[in-house]
Design a protein around this ligand. Structure first.
Ligand code: ATP
Ligand code: MG
Length: 554
């Protein structure tokens, strides 16, 4: 998997330059998720980038949990993130938790206080916001800004010792309330939160803020290139300020890149969590979710995600990638790997009235239409079969060449059959069609007597394996769900899942295990579901159809 992200990009150029000029002997990157949810495809872009760069430049990469917000974080998320990164095919050199550095961060905050660069402030959240000013107006200094160093040290210690309530006081950097960059208007460094942390338990009741914590974490680990998404661009100079004023030995460089957005996809843990919490989906690993665990369960392969990330590359401009590009990489990856099988999703009984009652033939059918080396298999064939409801029309529309009364088609790998009779129930629904077959037309026999215009797939009814097939459409109807003014929960596609009870031929799937992939002829690529499959019934998720049929709404 080397050269994972070897498409040339501006970040690579920075690194090449830093190595050539001797600024660094080797690089260290990190992937720093907050364990407050499951990873999504957007994170995969960041993972491929950070791990790929470390690999390509013989550097190192840390997996670091940015766990500075105890209320939202959980070990469930820590474990899922580790699993997902590994599944994507990457190994970290070191695993760290930001919370491991709480002592060091606390000491650096004390250093700032001692240098007169931080103070304890009693304003509440709303007041702090008001005092901060706007883009056009300077901020107003806090009345607590000029507390003495001694008083600040004493108050900060009391904050740490739990002598104040949540929100009663904060520690702020003392920078410049009239800076044109609002981030410099005395940002908060520490807040009080009497809550239990998944890692440090009740040891702390003050927690560092991201803007302060992140540069310190990077510097402690000796990160050379700290890659983050574009929304942190305005914070870069504040990042540098903290590294400098906290007198960190290592000086990491923050570099921003554009986050991945996908059409018809919400890509933020907060929103994905809402889909889970409100029961719109069946958990974080619902096959409709863009989470790594969701797409894995759906049947996506890590290779296709990595290929996709390489293709989209890295840039400085925000854009939305068509999710059909990911489908393309899935088909490319699955085509040579997934064995062919015949499966009928919406069954209609077809009886061959001139085929002997007890006869069963084993027909030899190829396992991969595009690759002879995959060999053939024997598929049972007898008098009663299932075909797709769609492959029959009692009153055919124009250009319909499949089965209708009086018409003849080829059953794939078998014979020509001609429809003679239609059997209906009392409500007039077609329940069975009666055909005759022509023994002369057996596939491979070299028959050239006449031609048919279509070939349909089938499953032998007597030997069919009952299966459930789950088909998906995008969960979100709007192709741009981040559009202002539209709430994503009001754009849920009511047809995002369709559950069908059908049949598969027995041969290919008899030993199928969870996550095994198949190409069901004409129906697409499918993967065995890990949650709903039982030993009595396989449940297949459609990974992707053979061709795209979904048209995004405007
Ligand atoms: P979310 O808004 O989904 O919670 P986040 O940025 O808050 O995302 P983190 O756990 O902080 O999530 O992210 C870990 C890393 O993944 C960060 O470096 C972040 O920039 C990156 N990342 C998150 N979302 C995307 C995305 N859509 N595209 C590329 N990188 C992303
Ligand atoms: Mg976040």
């Amino acid at each position: 998997m080397s050269n994972e992200m070897n498409s040339s990009n501006f970040i690579r150029n920075i690194i090449i330059n830093d190595l050539e000029t001797g600024k660094h002997d080797s690089i260290i990157t990190r992937f720093p998720p907050e364990p407050n949810g499951y990873l999504h495809i957007g994170h995969a872009k960041s993972i491929c980038l950070n791990f790929g760069l470390a690999e390509d430049f013989n550097g190192r990469v840390n997996l670091r949990f940015d766990d500075t917000n105890p209320l939202k974080e959980d070990v469930e998320y820590v474990n899922s993130i580790k699993e997902d990164v590994k599944w994507l095919g990457f190994n970290w050199n070191n695993l760290y938790f930001a919370s491991d550095y709480f002592d060091e961060m606390y000491n650096r905050a004390i250093l700032l206080i001692k240098k007169g660069k931080a103070y304890v402030c009693d304003l509440n959240q709303d007041q702090i916001r008001e005092y901060r000013g706007t883009l056009t107006e300077p901020g107003v200094e806090s009345p607590y800004r000029n507390r003495s160093i001694e008083e600040n040290l004493e108050l900060f210690e009391k904050m740490k010792n739990g002598e104040f309530e949540d929100g009663e006081k904060v520690l702020r950097a003392k920078i410049d309330m009239s800076s044109p960059n609002i981030n410099f208007r005395d940002p908060i460094i520490y807040r009080i939160s009497h809550s239990t942390h998944h890692n440090t338990g009740d040891k702390w009741c003050i927690y560092p803020m991201y803007a302060f914590a992140h540069p310190i974490e990077d510097a402690i680990e000796g990160i050379t290139h700290s890659i983050c998404t574009l929304e942190f661009e305005d914070q870069r100079s504040l990042y540098d300020w903290f590294v400098r004023e906290c007198e960190m030995e290592n000086v990491p460089r923050q570099i921003e890149f554009a986050r991945l957005n996908l059409t018809n996809t919400v890509m933020s843990k907060r929103k994905l969590k809402q889909l889970v919490d409100e029961g719109v989906v069946d958990g974080w690993d619902d096959p409709r979710m863009p989470t790594i665990s969701g797409v894995r369960r759906r049947g996506y392969t890590s290779e296709s995600i990595r290929n996709f990330c390489r293709e989209i590359g890295v840039s400085k401009a925000d854009s939305t990638v068509d999710s059909q590009l990911l489908d393309y990489f899935l088909r490319e990856d699955l085509q040579p790997k997934a064995p062919l099988a015949m499966g009928v999703l919406r069954p209609l009984k077809l009886v061959i009235t001139n085929y002997p009652e007890d006869k069963v033939e084993m027909l030899e059918i190829e396992n991969n239409a595009k690759d002879e080396s995959k060999g053939t298999r024997l598929v049972p064939f007898s008098r009663e079969l299932y075909i797709e409801q769609d492959d029959f029309m009692e009153e055919p529309v124009k250009k319909y060449f499949r089965l209708f009364p009086g018409n003849e088609v080829r059953l794939k790998g078998a014979y020509f059959v001609k429809c003679n009779d239609v059997i209906k129930d009392e409500n007039g629904n077609v329940v069975e069609i009666h055909c005759t077959y022509d023994p002369e037309t057996k596939s491979g026999s070299g028959f050239t007597g006449r031609k048919v215009k279509s070939t349909i797939h089938w499953v032998d009814a007597k030997n069919a394996v009952a299966c459930e097939f789950r088909l998906f459409e995008p969960l979100i109807l709007d192709d741009d769900p981040e559009n202002e003014g539209k709430h994503f929960l009001e754009q849920i596609n009511p047809k995002s899942i369709e559950v069908l009870q059908g049949f598969s031929e027995p041969t290919q799937i008899k030993d199928a295990k969870v996550l095994d992939k198949f190409q069901f002829v004409r129906n697409g690529f499918f993967s065995v579901d890990s949650k709903y499959s039982t030993k009595d019934k396989l449940v297949f998720n459609r990974v992707v159809p053979l061709k795209s049929s979904f048209k995004p709404q405007k």
